[in-house]
Design a protein around this ligand. Structure first.
Ligand SMILES: Cc1ncc(C[n+]2csc(CCOP(=O)(O)OP(=O)(O)O)c2C)c(N)n1
Ligand SMILES: [Mg+2]
Length: 353
């Protein structure tokens, strides 16, 4: 990252326009959105450092994707179902999953709902309808469509939100999922966070289509490409797609163009393949910096107040880490609980389970 970071590209919205669109609680909502962004940044900063220190096993940061996660988390309803990829844990937190529980998961403790059986960063949060992520790229797309189909059959008035990256648009599940969503006009919102990289593969090598959003046309519904680093535009686009799905209008594909602001994951070294000016361009399109600058410029949340929010977020994350590190790992005897319908008395006694 360059020492003198370029100024963030200013968000163009007029505050009166935002106040109109967001209603009487606009300023409260704006503050809440910033608080969630700050929490996401604090989590990413601490967890990336802890992974390097060997205190957690793996981490995939959301840096650059925050506007999408905050908007989707705040706009989705309790009944909706979230089918995430690697970078959407904030959606679960915004929907009410406890930060402490998520951090217990990252440390694979006895209080991890998945009891240490998932990779870190793959939380299970059934209470907020957040389906545990599969590492296999694209599978969540067809799962979301299946869930939407089931909800339609059961007359549950809810929407499935499928999150995936630019790389996932090359998967079989992308085709199968979008195809059936279109045929049956299912209540699904497809949120493609195009961060321009699938690990080291640039998006230009992923598809020759003019935009990823244009692929929706082949399936008979609308696709929109949006600046995913502009919280206000993202808010409007996700809100519109959710309304359409809820009112029986069928699916939408949103291509939310963002900049991946850090390595793909803790297992990656992007200096081996990214152009040298990448970090600078990414910093100019940092959704948190852009939003922060707007909040300050229009007096909605001055920088001093933002600094307090950031300090609180950091303290909250550190406290959750301390608690998780003081929690023991799952007892070995629990290893096969929830695995077999009829528990084995002694799984190591021999024979075939
Ligand atoms: C089916 C499958 N192929 C390959 C991989 C290895 N892999 C893990 S993440 C990734 C890139 C994903 O890129 P993208 O969909 O753009 O999401 P991003 O990580 O950029 O958010 C790949 C190829 C995998 N997990 N699953
Ligand atoms: Mg990507």
């Amino acid at each position: 990252m360059s020492a003198a970071a370029p100024a963030p590209v200013p968000l163009p919205q007029d505050p009166a326009e935002v106040a109109r669109a967001w209603g009487p609680s606009a300023r409260d909502r704006a503050r809440r959105a910033f608080e969630w962004m700050a929490l996401s940044r604090a989590l990413d900063a601490r967890m990336q450092a802890l992974q390097r220190q060997g205190r957690i096993g793996f981490y995939g940061a959301a840096m650059g994707h925050e506007a999408i996660n905050v908007a989707a988390g705040l706009l989705s309803s309790r009944e909706d179902w979230i089918f995430p990829g690697l970078r959407e844990q904030l959606v679960a937190l915004v929907r009410g999953h406890a930060l402490g529980t998520y951090v217990q998961h990252l440390f694979a403790t006895a209080r991890d709902p998945a009891r240490g059986r998932q990779m870190p960063c793959h939380p299970t949060a059934a209470e907020v309808h957040y389906v545990s992520m599969s590492s296999v790229i694209g599978t969540q797309i067809s799962q979301a469509v299946g869930a939407a189909r089931a909800m339609r059959a059961r007359r549950v008035p809810a929407v499935a939100l499928a999150f995936f990256g630019d790389g996932a648009t090359s998967s079989n599940d992308f085709h199968a999922g979008l195809n059936f969503a279109g045929v049956d006009r299912l209540p699904v919102v497809f949120l493609c966070a195009n961060n321009q990289w699938a690990i080291s593969m640039p998006v230009e090598r992923q598809s020759a289509a003019p935009t990823l959003a244009s692929k929706a046309g082949a399936y008979g519904f609308d696709g929109k490409r949006i600046d995913g680093t502009d919280l206000f535009r993202v808010w409007q686009a996700i809100g519109g797609a959710l309304d359409l799905a809820r009112s029986g209008g069928g699916p939408t594909l949103l291509e939310l163009r963002v900049f991946r602001m850090t390595a793909h994951s803790s297992s990656d070294d992007p200096t081996r393949y990214q152009p040298t000016d990448w970090n600078e361009r990414a910093r100019a399109h940092d959704p948190v910096r852009r939003y922060s600058e707007w909040l300050d410029r229009h007096g909605w949340l001055p920088l001093a107040a933002q600094a307090e929010v950031e300090a609180t977020a950091d303290r909250t994350v550190r406290a959750a880490i301390e608690e998780a590190e003081a929690t023991p790992p799952p007892a070995p005897a629990t290893l096969l609980e929830d695995v077999f319908a009829a528990p084995l008395s002694d799984p190591y006694a021999g024979g075939t389970p």
